[in-house]
Design a protein around this ligand. Structure first.
Ligand code: ATP
Ligand code: MG
Length: 615
């Protein structure tokens, strides 16, 4: 795997600048597809697929893959299949399938009728396995798991053939049928392809393709007690669906020879029609300040570090939705980071900026006072109310304007008043003037305090000639401009101030490339995906995660703060998931689950500016 040490976080090695001028930037996948269309390799067809394993919730990294697969199909008039890669009966569940389908739809994509399951192909996969046996290209191995592991060889040493490798075809067929009939316990036998135990590529050393698993499958029930393995299943599923471009992440690069071997043999034998699908690999998304490995995400939920899978701090798509991130923001992000063949890190600020860009264009503006202190205008008539007019969007007059009730007592932000103003402070302090946005200029005349000396009320006088939008409004210039809400009209709201989940860019790691000198990525967020089961291992073989310290210790302790704020009364009736800019604060969303009429709950999506940027 290549490591792009020269690419600093935040800059993808693919140039995304073309996008700024309207046209999508080219990338190697767009180039491949354009060439295939030119040569007519697939008769001009482009069919891709997104193949999640239904064993967890989708994360931001999957969004990159979804947008890539569905996006490439859409821009070429093709189609993208949603295929559940459900070959492991132990870990998979319909709950995950529903959530995955909902996430893809939320991102704005539609698979139409092309929703498939690897398990749809079990009969066909089984028939092909018998065909491989009949061709002398597969055999039943009866070594123990340890024996198979020992004979697998290493990266530098060839493997040694199993004593069962030369079993006669008839015996293999008989054993395989009896495996299927349930005559043997788990692990007693495994069906292996007969390729090359001396191959420098471990994936080609007689990979296992069928194992015994006495387990119910969430879709096929108890029909099967043998299950096909990933490498065998995936390429055949692609071929059966007439996928043209099978796009996956870099860890599958070393599996490509096996992918091609299986399909070529079947095509040569007349079992599959050409042209065959072609696999392409791109660099997975690595993002700072989060973890994107399923195992670690499960850990965060199971150990209670977050409030479930859809906690707005979680880098899951259900979490993103509750956070107020937008599908359009993800698409801007995917286009900006591009697709490359080299692993690199993207800084979280890039994703946040994409969300800001989208929200800035669309989110209506509202006022919220997050840390309220009372301001009283002593020369304003008691009991009087007037309507000030505020635009819903400064650049988009078509979004209209709304009345903001103004009265004698207001809420303002505590930090908009300073008893002793620091240098360059243009907001309220004794004797100074500010404009109350959309209303009047006021002058601070004093404060009230409680017994402990805290300011409980700021006193002001207003100048009736300075109302915004009237002729005299600009006569006097003031530097400060603060927001406010009429105390009699504003409503309280629960506001959850979310911030980044981790306090450091590379949780659990000092160096994103790790300390291992073997060329393997040290990043624990980069999983090895589906390793080939060569030696009878029943589970996927996972790379040991390099641990420099516990990633849990890197959690940002201030990633969630819950406050009671005051908001414009109309926000009490906003629908769940409505997004707003709270002026001067950031973008907020009415919580998908907890927000209700009369009980407003808002989540902070992102602040207006990057508060994490190093000064
Ligand atoms: P994880 O490594 O988090 O367990 P996975 O690869 O096992 O994820 P799958 O459900 O198998 O999860 O992934 C479905 C698709 O999404 C695959 O094509 C996979 O390559 C892709 N994918 C997974 N993680 C990323 C990522 N970080 N960036 C881009 N694509 C990803
Ligand atoms: Mg996987």
């Amino acid at each position: 795997m290549t490591k792009d040490r020269g690419t600093p976080p935040g800059r993808s090695s693919t140039d995304g600048r073309a996008r700024e001028h309207g046209a999508p930037a080219s990338n190697f996948l767009r180039a491949v597809i354009a060439e295939d269309k030119r040569t007519g390799k697939y008769g001009g067809q482009v069919t891709t697929r997104f193949p999640p394993e239904p064993n967890g919730y989708l994360h931001y990294g999957h969004a990159k893959s979804i947008i890539l697969n569905f996006g490439l199909a859409a821009e070429n008039g093709g189609r993208c299949h949603l295929r559940f890669d459900d070959t492991n009966p132990i870990k998979e569940d319909v709950e995950y399938e529903d959530s995955i389908a909902a996430a893809v739809r939320w991102l704005g994509f539609d698979w139409a009728s092309h929703r498939y399951h690897a398990s749809d192909y079990y009969d066909q996969l089984y028939a092909f396995a018998e065909w491989f046996i009949a061709q002398g290209l597969a055999y039943v191995d009866s070594q123990t798991a340890e024996e198979m592991r020992a004979s697998r060889g290493t990266l530098t040493q060839a493997g040694t053939p199993s004593p069962y490798r030369e079993r006669p075809i008839a015996e293999n067929l008989d054993l395989f049928r009896r495996m299927r009939a349930g005559e043997f316990p788990d692990g007693a036998h495994i069906l292996r392809l007969k390729i090359d135990m001396g191959s420098p590529n471990i994936n080609m050393r007689d990979p296992g393709i069928y194992r015994i698993r006495h387990a119910s499958h969430h879709r096929t029930g108890d029909k099967w007690c043998i299950y096909p393995l990933y490498d065998y299943t995936h390429c055949i599923s692609d071929a059966l669906e007439h996928i043209t471009h099978s796009i996956c992440t870099l860890e599958f690069q070393d599996h490509q020879p096996l992918y091609d071997w299986v399909l070529e043999k079947l095509a040569d034998g007349g079992q599959l029609a050409r042209p065959l699908p072609q696999q392409y690999e791109f660099a997975r998304l690595n993002l700072t300040y989060v973890v994107l490995s399923k195992r670690r995400l499960i850990g965060l939920v199971a150990d209670g570090h977050v409030d479930g899978w859809d906690d707005p701090r979680m880098p899951t798509l259900v979490g993103a939705r509750r956070r107020g991130f937008t599908p359009e923001g993800f698409r801007i992000f995917a286009e900006r980071i591009g697709v490359s063949k080299a692993d690199s890190w993207i800084d979280m600020s890039v994703l946040e900026d994409c969300m800001r860009e989208d929200l800035n264009a669309r989110a209506p503006r509202r006022i919220a006072v997050l840390d309220p202190v009372r301001l009283v205008i002593d020369n304003y008539p008691e009991g009087a109310t007037e309507e000030c007019i505020a635009p819903n969007h400064p650049q988009q007059p078509e979004l209209g304007r709304r009345p903001l009730p103004f009265s004698r007592e207001l809420w303002i932000e505590r930090e908009d008043f300073a008893e002793i103003p620091p240098k360059g402070y243009f907001r309220l302090s004794p004797g100074t003037e500010v404009r109350l946005r959309y209303a009047y200029i006021v002058k601070c005349t004093g404060v009230d305090r409680d017994a402990a000396g805290n300011v409980t009320m700021v006193h002001c006088t207003y100048d009736p000639k300075t109302r915004s939008g009237t002729a005299g409004a600009d006569v006097r210039k003031v530097k400060g401009n603060i927001h406010w809400l009429s105390a009699a009209h504003a409503v309280p709201a629960e506001v959850r101030l979310y911030d980044r989940l981790f306090a450091v860019p590379f949780p659990g790691l000092r160096n994103p490339w790790g300390t291992r000198g073997d060329g393997a990525p040290g990043d624990a967020a980069t999983s090895l995906g589906h390793a080939t089961v060569v030696a009878g291992d029943d589970e996927e073989i996972d790379a040991p995660e390099p641990v420099e310290r516990n990633y849990v210790d890197d959690l940002n302790r201030e990633s969630k703060r819950v406050i009671t704020a005051f908001v414009e009364a109309s926000l009490g009736g906003a629908p769940a998931e409505a997004r707003f800019q709270f002026e001067r604060h950031g973008y907020f969303v009415a919580d998908q689950k907890d927000h209700a009429p009369g009980r407003p709950v808002f989540n902070r999506t992102v602040t207006l500016r990057d508060s994490w940027a190093k000064a």
